[in-house]
Design a protein around this ligand. Structure first.
Ligand code: FAD
Length: 592
């Protein structure tokens, strides 16, 4: 086994080095550099994203081009999803998008902005994340946002934070979205107004982080504003990859980076790992923090044996049911946000919390001319229990981690996803929907579909030719849909045959790009916890993790806003600890 590498003697020194400039990393950099006496380095592998200079596909309120643009995601990342056919065989391997650009997920994601339920955070506290109950996190949800509609209206909303939040008003909903809401109403689901209000079931206009001009907001632009970037104590290195954390004994003393093809070391008083839920555990493992035996097998010197690193990988298992819809019910051409409402509902399965299920009403299903003609009811299990893992395939930082979600390995997830599928299919096949739906079908992000969703002129031309023909000739339409959804059983069969549906779900289950849980918070004496409730890695000093990987359980939410909340709260913790070390007042929470 090789020795732990040591820090280069000429390494530049910073008080805090943040590895990963994603949703969390940018927030940390902005908040921690507010105190001029603290020098901060933010390291990001991807390219910069400057305020006022967003590429059109990122700024657009329609996010479907941003998340499939390979310039802004990690190349070569493939993951195991479900298992086919019995949950014991090999995993279905699929490409999986994770951001590689300043702002991380917030720069390319689907722009949905919600928080999860009070139950989620009570669960975190019960799992040993003391100080993360609903009353503890709500001030930070308020601090991070500027709710453009309800800022001062209730004590649930904020009006002074960097992230603008608004709802897609019903007045702008398409005929398809309106008909879906009407049908859900007939089936007993109430219409509600505020997805981030009191936790209750119903159909809500979706809440999004778009600014007043209808542009995406990323933590790279609303936290790292031009004036924040001008701070002399903040250094920003994009195009720079973190290879490992460097230790002296059990104290983290810096990081080894690859920048412009060269390896350089930086020294740090505190290292914060914010590489996201797949790359943060990989970085800890490469650095010698993780399951001892696995590290030894890879020849990595063990700094601290933490069994939980890379375990407890969580995601929201998803499945779509789509419809080729009539021309006059589609989203108008141009740049518009496409998910107009969401249904929150409760499965009622024993032991599951209220509002454990989510259905997004997507009024288009791709950036191109065929996607524009297809609407999707996109279902996911919002409180899921299946656990997967992230392990290292190699100690080489250039090799992607091995990721196996083991989706639906917990029977409760399978049962509820089947319930969700039937609900969505029931809506699209309801008699009242005949005026909007031309053809309903089970949909998946198959390899074929993902290939077509990559922004390119070839895909643009191909779909521009196919779309109008699909409108006019039903037989051609059905053939093209069947080809793209290769291997799916027809909707009729899936609705009638429980076994066929289960097989379909195991084969085609997807996620929502919400990986989390792989460096989870917990009590210091919990052998599977990776970080203590302050985010400090247990068993070493001078090292924190701050991103989606610290979540003990998955919240009933899209994860961007919860991640920003985590970063706001941990930044406050670091600042309070700094004041305490300097002999100042400890009580330092700045969230109002
Ligand atoms: C396609 C997509 C759609 C999504 N849709 C939504 C949505 O609609 N609403 C929502 O709330 N959430 C959504 N999410 C999820 C949400 O965006 C993420 O949960 C959130 O951004 C995670 O934040 P993070 O800080 O944990 O990680 P990230 O934001 O992924 O940040 C990690 C950063 O670290 C960098 N990095 C990784 N390894 C290294 C390294 N070795 N060296 C240097 N830098 C490194 C990465 O390049 C990245 O920028 C979506 C995510 C994706 C990918």
């Amino acid at each position: 086994m090789t020795e732990q590498p040591s820090l280069a003697a000429d390494a530049a020194r910073f008080d805090v080095v943040i590895l990963g400039g994603g949703s969390a990393g940018c927030v940390l950099a902005a908040r921690l550099s507010e105190e001029a006496s603290r020098s901060v380095l933010l390291v990001e592998a991807g390219q910069d994203l400057r305020p006022g200079e967003m590429p059109a596909d990122i700024a657009s309120p329609y996010p479907g081009r941003a998340y499939f643009n390979t310039d802004w995601t990690w190349p070569g990342l493939r993951v195991g999803m479900g298992k086919d056919p019995s949950n014991t065989g090999d995993a279905t391997i699929r490409p999986y998008e994770q951001a590689r650009i300043l702002g991380g997920g917030s720069s390319i994601n689907g722009i949905g902005a919600n928080r999860g339920s009070p139950h989620d955070y009570a669960e975190w506290a019960a799992e040993g994340a003391t100080g993360w109950g609903w009353a503890d996190v709500l001030p930070y949800f308020r601090k991070l946002e500027h709710d453009l509609e309800l800022g001062a209206e209730t004590d649930l909303h904020g009006q002074d934070g960097p992230l603008p939040i608004q709802r897609v008003p019903r007045a702008r909903h398409t005929p398809f979205a309106r008909q879906v809401e009407a049908e859900l109403g007939r089936q007993g689901h109430a219409s509600r107004e505020d997805q981030n209000g009191r936790w209750e079931d119903g159909v809500f206009p979706i809440t999004v982080n778009l600014d007043r001009e209808g542009r995406r907001t990323s933590t790279a632009t609303v936290y790292l504003t031009t004036s924040v970037r001008a701070r002399p104590n903040l250094t920003l290195w994009t195009g720079t990859e973190a290879e490992r954390v460097l230790f002296q004994g059990r104290r983290a003393v810096g990081a080894r980076l690859r920048r412009d093809g060269r390896v350089i070391d930086v020294a740090a008083g505190l290292v914060i790992v914010s590489n996201g839920a797949l790359h943060s555990p990989a970085l800890l493992l490469r650095s010698g923090v993780g399951p001892g035996r696995a590290l030894q097998q890879l020849g990595i010197p063990v700094v601290a044996a933490r069994e939980g690193v890379g375990r407890n990988l969580l995601e929201h298992p998803s499945i779509g049911v789509s419809a080729f819809i009539r021309p006059d019910t589609r989203l108008p051409g141009g740049e518009h946000y496409h998910i107009q409402s969401i249904l929150r509902w409760s499965s009622g399965l024993e032991g599951t919390p209220p509002g454990d299920m989510h259905l997004a009403v997507n009024t288009r299903s791709g950036w191109h001319a065929v996607g524009h003609r297809i609407a999707t009811l996109f279902n996911w299990v919002n409180k899921s229990y299946s656990q997967g893992s992230v392990t290292l395939a190699s100690p080489d930082p250039g090799v992607r981690p091995a990721v196996d979600f083991r989706m639906l390995s917990d029977e409760r997830d399978l049962v509820r996803l089947a319930q969700a599928f039937r609900l969505a299919a029931g809506v699209l096949r309801a008699p009242a929907m005949a005026g909007v739906v031309l053809e309903a079908f089970p949909s998946t992000y198959s390899a074929q579909v993902k290939k077509l969703l990559q922004p390119s002129w070839q895909n643009g031309v191909l779909t521009a030719l196919a779309g109008p023909v699909m409108d006019r000739v039903p037989m051609v339409r059905s053939r093209i849909l069947a080809m793209a959804q290769e291997g799916n059983a027809p909707l009729d069969v899936l609705c009638q045959d429980e076994e066929a549906l289960r097989l379909h779900l195991r084969r085609h289950v997807g996620g929502v790009w919400h990986p989390c849980g792989t460096c989870r918070l917990g009590a210091a004496d919990d052998p599977m916890a990776v970080c203590d409730p302050d985010g400090r890695v247990i068993g070493v000093e001078g090292l924190m993790v701050c991103d989606a990987s610290v979540m003990p359980t998955i919240p009933c939410a899209n994860l961007n806003v919860p991640v920003i909340m985590i970063a706001e709260k941990m930044a406050d913790g670091v600042r309070a600890a700094g004041r305490a070390a300097a002999g100042g007042p400890v009580a330092g929470a700045t969230a109002a």
